[in-house]
Ligand binder design. Sequence first.
Ligand code: 6XA
Ligand code: ZN
Length: 343
Amino acid sequence: MKTVFSPLHAGHAGNVELIAGAVVPAFEKPSRAEFIKARVESEELGPILPPESHDLAAAKKVHTDDYIDFLPTVWPLWEASGRSGSAIPFTWPTRGLRGDVRPKTIDAQLGFYSFDGGATFVKGTWDAIKSSYDVALTAAALVKAGEPSAFALCRPPGHHAGAAFMGGYCFINNAAVVAQWFRDQGARRVSILDVDYHHGNGTQEIFYSRGDIQVINLHGDPMTEYPFFLGHADERGAGPGEGFNHNYPMPFGTSWDAWNASLEDGCAKLTAYAPDVVIVSLGVDTFEKDPISQFKLKSADYPKIGRRIARLGLPTLFVMEGGYAVEEIGINAVGVLTGFEDR
Ligand code: 6XA
Ligand code: ZN
């Protein structure tokens, strides 16, 4: 399997986040991608290719124009206002406030275009976001050209980003971009299978009213887990999208047997839908030692995930999302991919 990777991710570094009342170095850090790349190499998964540069038209098919135009302006506006450090949103237009007016200052716009303080900018962030987007589209083109599978080693991740908001380390929704791109290239139906520990609220929001892109999410129950405000089992899609969104919320402590039962059910839904291509939002923060997550999957479980996905028998694009147990993130992510290749 070919991997697409860009070193430009590394400029998105040195961020901080607020967690459990403390400001700490962000868990989403450059070493994550480097550990995965090193494991791709040591397991000899296949060649590692650089991305080709794409314009932002494909991003604007799933995000609003103004949101995408905003992202590259953040750091210049932040610096122009005399700031350094991380640009972090801190005020949101929640219930009872005006969400229909876009204010002028950088602080206000950060809040206007986010749902939490978890998507933060430093100087190299925009170039990293753009490279992650290019990685996803370049890997998608490999599958379109006939590769049975490809791995988009994206960083930053994407599945929390909605049509007009960032959050949870995510800016451009890479999986959503490539799902739409496959549709525009002639795929009749596309399935997104999101196995990250956290609900992919952005992906769900983007395709909630669509019947041509099926979204399946396995994740921590939002009653107790981030992102808290989406991801319940009764969210099944709306209008023409009704019945094409499937959520599998699971409790803290879930281990392989129960998680795998959800995967089996999700795979049955996927097979019944009969898509032309599958996009896997590949998060490995389901791991028992993940520092911010509460599931109990073991390293030996990840190849089993890959094997099950391979049995779908469909062209498959893996798009990297979360996973923070840095020592093991490479073993687990690449374990899914070698399992897919049944080796
Ligand atoms: C809250 C936790 C963000 C989780 C991001 C993630 N700061 N999403 O892994 O998949
Ligand atoms: Zn996650």
